[in-house]
Design a protein around this ligand. Structure first.
Ligand SMILES: Cc1cc2nc3c(=O)[nH]c(=O)nc-3n(C[C@H](O)[C@H](O)[C@H](O)COP(=O)(O)O)c2cc1C
Length: 306
């Protein structure tokens, strides 16, 4: 499961794993430093005490070696032995600080961040990349650097930072990178169906894996269907979704102290991606509900149509 800041939080990952499964690795949204300090929210999300999925990989985002070391030290102290490094985030506040996709055009900074692999030999690092911020030349210029480090895997999202999450993924650039990259490679971007997933795996037989974000929120049974080798029945989907949603509602009712409207706002925010391909009218009703009771009725109605 791909990390999606604001969406794939601990409560979501835990409930997802319990109700749908099919996922071999979960990633936390990126953990960053703000004015040299950790954010409480990030720490809570990665704290092993709040996570119950079997394979959770915390992700860090850093502009240089000192930020990276501080982040890794904290996570290593919790016992994590696999850490992912974000070099893909196109969010302007990160890019302007030279983090995420903003680091890709600066090989010397990339080398600094990757030096954590030497500094922490007990940790297995992976990297999540885009093609570049403004040009795919950026990622190819990094290849020697990336090939010289033994990484657990590289996940490549074949878009540019300037595209954000829109426009087409470049199959051509991914194919070229696949041929030249010596570290195990994972594909990420726009996988929305079992047939799409299968086609990728057939086209790139040496892939280590496929990372899916929005597609899993739209069809949370997608990974389980792939693993099971057959489609889920309506009854399976309804039961799993209802349980998942109930789990989320309970988790956020406990977490959010600001009252019903705040809880409603949080729950509705998931529906930017959740079940987006299901009955449009019913989905819109969920998005527009003005009270928690309206919301629960609308969710129930939509779940009944799965
Ligand atoms: C709202 C949102 C938040 C995201 N947050 C993160 C993040 O914290 N770390 C990261 O590596 N990628 C993040 N991404 C990128 C996704 O992990 C993924 O690369 C992207 O959505 C493409 O995959 P998909 O088409 O399967 O969703 C985010 C994407 C979105 C839409």
């Amino acid at each position: 499961m791909a990390p999606l800041q604001g969406f794939t939080e601990a409560a979501v990952r835990n409930a997802f794993d319990r109700c749908f499964g099919g996922i071999s690795e979960y990633y936390t949204p990126f953990i960053r430093l703000e004015k040299g300090a950790f954010r409480n929210k990030d720490l809570k999300d990665a704290d092993p005490a709040n996570n119950c999925v079997a394979h959770l990989i915390p992700q860090i985002i850093a502009a240089d070696a000192s930020e990276a070391c501080m982040l890794v030290e904290r996570l290593a102290g919790w016992g994590y032995r696999c850490i992912d490094i974000n070099m893909s985030c196109p969010f302007p506040p990160m890019v302007h600080k030279g983090r995420g996709a903003g680091i890709l055009a600066h090989p010397e900074k990339v080398a600094q961040v990757l030096s954590v692999a030497e500094r922490f030999p007990e940790i297995r690092f992976s990297v999540k990349l885009r093609l570049g911020w403004a040009s795919s030349d950026e990622v190819f210029a990094l290849l020697d650097l990336l090939n010289a480090v033994s990484l657990r895997q590289i996940t490549l999202h074949p878009r540019l930072g300037v595209q954000q999450y829109k426009g087409i993924c470049s199959d051509e650039s991914f194919s070229r990178f696949y041929e030249l990259c010596v570290n195990p490679l994972v594909y990420n971007g726009d996988v929305r169906s079992v047939s799409g997933l299968t086609a990728l795996i057939e086209k790139y037989p040496r892939l280590k894996g496929v990372m899916i974000g929005r597609g899993l929120l739209a069809a949370p049974w997608l990974a389980a269907e792939y693993q099971d080798g057959k489609s889920w029945t309506g009854e399976q989907k309804r039961r799993a979704f209802r349980e998942f949603h109930q789990n989320l509602l309970s988790a956020y009712s406990e977490k959010i102290e600001g009252g019903e409207q705040q809880l409603l706002g949080k729950m509705k925010s998931f529906w930017e991606y959740l079940l987006v391909n299901e009955e449009r009218k019913k989905w819109k009703k969920v998005r527009k509900s003005a009270s928690l009771s309206d919301y629960c009725r609308a969710v129930d109605d939509l779940a009944a149509s799965l």
